[in-house]
Design a protein around this ligand. Structure first.
Ligand SMILES: Nc1ncnc2c1ncn2[C@@H]1O[C@H](COP(=O)(O)OP(=O)(O)OP(=O)(O)O)[C@@H](O)[C@H]1O
Ligand SMILES: [Mg+2]
Length: 300
């Protein structure tokens, strides 16, 4: 759906984007993660046709009329009501202008409700809170049923419930549209994306299926949870003495982190070694590799 080659954007001497080869598969939900200043907004702006690149190629496989963009801080004419803003977005976003009035009204109601704004829809948006403006932006983005949706930090101003609703909304778009959204909230990216790009200082450090990023980084580490700190001390001492255990350290009170040579070895030997200590074990699990950990490893 989107492909860039050697994309560069310079502001004076500073390269906000420095040779980005982005590839967003059609129908995917793609998460663009990166710290502040990584170049996410700049990249989305270029893809949306709002900014010019300095060098490189950009190919977007749909016409500009099929693309909808949610800016990071959406702004609207303050004298319009939420409903009027969405009606305007529908009129502007529909190819060939507004459709039959009845169908339009239904569609506007539908997206206002999906965005959690039904009750506030007849109030002037000048009085909306930041989170409500973000919800209104989302309603405007979706109303004309675009094929490609670019969302810049769609959940950044939202309360936990609002964030949940936006993530659920993005999930329902899967298959109907291609969604590219930027976020520095890695949990959100991990939850809804099938593909991720990690942008750092204008460079894409990783791009591909989320599973590749996480599996490729699996660390042979186990977490053993016990009832008490003395139990944890006993287990850590016993495991440290074993030749196939690299290290066993007590953390967070009654938790032992065990680093082993290979996961397979640990799967065979660890349960027996724990049983031999005679200490009651609450749980034993391989350490989950989070996107956050992979991200920190890549960007540090
Ligand atoms: N109009 C501009 N003029 C000069 N420098 C700019 C301009 N816009 C962006 N930059 C610089 O480009 C870099 C990337 O900025 P960008 O806004 O794309 O980052 P971001 O990943 O969206 O960050 P954030 O998470 O804070 O939104 C930053 O160093 C920023 O200072
Ligand atoms: Mg930004």
């Amino acid at each position: 759906m989107i492909r860039t080659r050697g994309l560069v954007k310079r502001y004076g001497a500073h390269a906000a984007l420095d040779g980005v080869d982005l590839s967003v598969p059609a129908g995917s939900v793609y998460g663009l993660a990166g710290p502040n200043g990584a170049g996410k907004t700049t990249l989305l702006g270029i893809l949306a046709g709002l900014k010019e690149s300095t060098e490189g190629e950009v190919t977007v496989a749909v016409t500009p009329g099929e693309v909808a963009v949610l800016p990071d801080t959406p702004k609207f004419d303050p004298w319009l009501t939420g409903r009027e803003v969405v009606e305007l977005a529908l009129a502007l976003g529909s190819p060939g202008g507004p459709g039959p009035a009845r169908r339009d009204a239904d569609r506007v109601d539908e997206v206002l409700s999906q965005s959690g704004l039904s009750e506030a829809s007849d109030r002037r948006c000048g009085g909306y809170s930041r989170g409500m403006l973000q919800r209104l932006g989302i309603a405007c983005t979706l109303v004309a049923r675009p094929t490609l949706i670019l969302l810049d930090e769609p959940a950044s101003a939202l309360d936990p419930q609002g964030r949940r609703e936006v993530l659920d909304l993005i999930t329902t778009l899967r298959g109907q549209a291609t969604v590219l959204f930027s976020s520095h909230i890695l949990g959100d990216v991990q939850e809804v994306c099938d593909a991720v790009g990690i942008l750092h200082q204008g460079r894409l450090l990783f791009q591909g299926p989320l599973s590749d990023l996480l599996v490729g980084r699996a660390v042979p580490r186990y977490v053993v949870r016990l009832r008490t700190k003395p139990d944890a001390d006993v287990v850590a001492a016993a495991l440290t003495a074993l030749p196939w255990v690299h290290s066993a350290t007590v953390s967070d009170g009654a938790v032992v982190q065990v680093e082993v040579a290979t996961l397979g070895q640990a799967e065979r030997l660890l349960p027996g070694a724990l049983a031999a200590t005679g200490v009651p074990v609450v749980s034993l699990a391989p350490e989950a590799v989070s996107l956050e950990r992979a991200f920190l490893e890549l960007t540090s």
